[in-house]
Design a protein around this ligand. Sequence first.
Ligand code: TXA
Ligand code: MG
Length: 314
Amino acid sequence: MTETLEPTATGIARAAELLRGGQLVAFPTETVYGLGGDARSDLAVASIFAAKGRPRFNPLIVHVVDLAAAEDVCVFSDQARALALAFWPGPLTLVLPVREGSSLSPLVTAGLGTVAVRVPAHPLAQALLAAFGGPLAAPSANLSGRVSPTRAEHVIDGLAGRIAAVLDGGPCTVGVESTILALDPEPTLLRPGGLPAEALEAACGRPLALGGDGQKPSAPGQLASHYAPLAGVRLNAAEAEAGEVLVGFGPVRGTLNLSSTGDLVEAAAGLFQALREADRLAGPGGRIAFAPIPETGLGRAINDRLRRAAAPRD
Ligand code: TXA
Ligand code: MG
């Protein structure tokens, strides 16, 4: 049985207790719900892969309570520290060298010399990390290859019976996963996400190099069919074709609409919920069409997720 825990001191204490016992607890972050396990425990991290049904041991993001806790697990350059100070807590993940002698399970980094680390802004994630008192490995709390969860009910839909508990914090406000930046040493965008790339470019004072997506093997788990609904997906649709469920944006009306005013923040926040709802409306073997989304700000992360949803399936 998977427990649903209320967002109270009691719920947080129970979640921390389960995690200390090596169990898995899904918890809300500002981006999506994470499937948390003790990042220092081989067994807990291996259980994360098992619960998600992940075929490969991709490296996971390590969540810590603050910059000081991050410095315990990885090594910051001056530039990395400046970015952390500017954007943490928040939807930015930094890929940095693992600190020698760090307590992290090697399974978290998939044996790489670097680790992806972030400080989530969600108050419940903060409270849980403080109560747990250590780093939490947490990929999105969905079955491998499926749509990321932005509500506790989504977590239950996919993982009930496979994890100990979910801490219910209601809907996530950002709605797409964190932006992943490597500094090796030039700033390289490995995954567009909840922190617009423009903000990072302004902070770095230069355009970002592009990595991930098969261009670079350093960010595995990034490619192709991911965030897949059951229905087929068509992008940049001006209108619905016969039998399609159209998800609109701005002036393109649809059965559903990501944001009738064309607000990308609103669109990102509701993206995965809309994908699930459209999937339900389309039914088995159905088709979903998405209106065009501008490739700026959070639109970049939205389009990245939509391209994966539309990619050919394995
Ligand atoms: O918003 C988020 O980031 C969510 C919430 C729960 O915090 N978490 C999340 O974690 O998306 P996860 O573990 O699914 O993200 C892992 C991504 C993978 O695509 C992986 O390739 C990349 O981070 N990654 C992890 N470690 C890496 C490393 N050492 N080098 C390059 N990429 C890495
Ligand atoms: Mg994921």
